[in-house]
Ligand binder design. Structure first.
Ligand SMILES: [Zn+2]
Length: 300
């Protein structure tokens, strides 16, 4: 008996050239194209690949351009403020924001400190010449400059405190070593109180000076004028501006205190030529200093 042909196992397929042929050709063999059509077909495929490549390059270029343009183009700069004093602050704040890219409102306004706090209204400083440092000039009979300046300063403080002011007594210190409380001291006014030499006979009077290199000479000049007028009125002593020295207009404390603190120095009298007055009129000397400070604080 023979089995139906459909149930017979198929004979093994011999290896043939069709194995190496393309799959589509094996699945649906087609007749070979004429040489001319094959060349046209090859050119069409080449053109298609070229179009696809060109389109891809254009897409990549467009996408990279979209990403890089905002970074490369400068960000619009803020217009400079009318007030020149705030320009450096705005510039530094903008630089500080660049690396962080903090979203939302810029923190610059909240982190930039105000330039300076307002001066302490109603607080004045009296730098007591030679106090806690040395004796100052010493007269033949033993009168020391520091005793005169301390006495006058204490009386001046009492007068100003009675007028509702707060008074700081600042000691003298080594002019070559800045130190608190003079260093960075801030007040509505500061007056250094000294008295003149006991070595020059025939000299009389007082004198007032400010720092020659002051940042606000007009303000300091008004303090000087107030002190000159008030002290002359209270004591009757003449001004002796001819003997104003470098130690006055370049007084070390002027360089140490806050740059916005009005300041002046007064030489109360000559301890030799004005000795009788100095012994008898300490209150008038203190009143003259206090009135000069009140004149300045009240804007007169
Ligand atoms: Zn002195």
């Amino acid at each position: 008996m023979s089995q139906p042909p459909s149930l017979r196992p198929a004979p093994p397929r011999p290896p043939s050239a069709s194995r190496k042929a393309p799959l589509d050709a094996e699945a649906s063999p087609r007749p070979p194209l004429p040489p001319v059509l094959r060349r046209i077909h090859w050119l069409w495929r080449l053109a298609f690949v070229g179009l696809v490549w060109a389109g891809g390059m254009l897409a990549v270029t467009w996408a990279s351009g979209r990403l890089t343009v905002p970074v490369a183009s400068p960000t619009p700069a803020a217009s400079p403020p009318d007030d020149g004093s705030t320009a450096p602050l705005a510039t530094s704040a903008a630089h500080a924001d660049v690396p962080t890219f903090t979203p939302g409102p810029t923190p610059a306004a909240a982190t930039v400190a105000p330039p300076t706090a307002p001066l302490p209204v109603g607080r004045v400083g009296l730098l007591v010449g030679h106090w806690q440092h040395d004796s100052g000039t010493v007269c033949a009979d033993g009168l020391r400059e520091v005793d005169v300046t301390t006495d006058v300063a204490l009386r001046t403080r009492a007068i100003l405190e009675a007028r509702g002011l707060t008074v700081d007594l600042l000691p003298e210190h080594d002019p070559h070593v800045p130190q608190p409380p003079t260093q960075g001291y801030r007040a509505a006014a500061l007056v250094a109180i000294h008295a003149d030499t006991c070595e020059w006979p025939g000299l009389s009077g007082f004198k007032v000076a400010r720092w020659r290199y002051s940042d606000m000479p007009a303000v300091d000049d008004r303090l000087v004028t107030c002190l000159e007028d008030a002290y002359a009125a209270a004591t009757g002593l003449p001004r002796n501006d001819d003997t104003i020295s470098v130690n006055m207009w370049n007084y070390y404390a002027f360089r140490e205190i806050g740059v916005d603190t009005p300041a002046a120095i007064i030489e109360l009298a000559f301890l030799l030529g004005d000795r009788a007055f100095v012994d008898a009129h300490r209150y008038e000397m203190a009143l003259g200093v206090a009135d000069g400070i009140s004149c300045f604080l009240e804007g007169r």
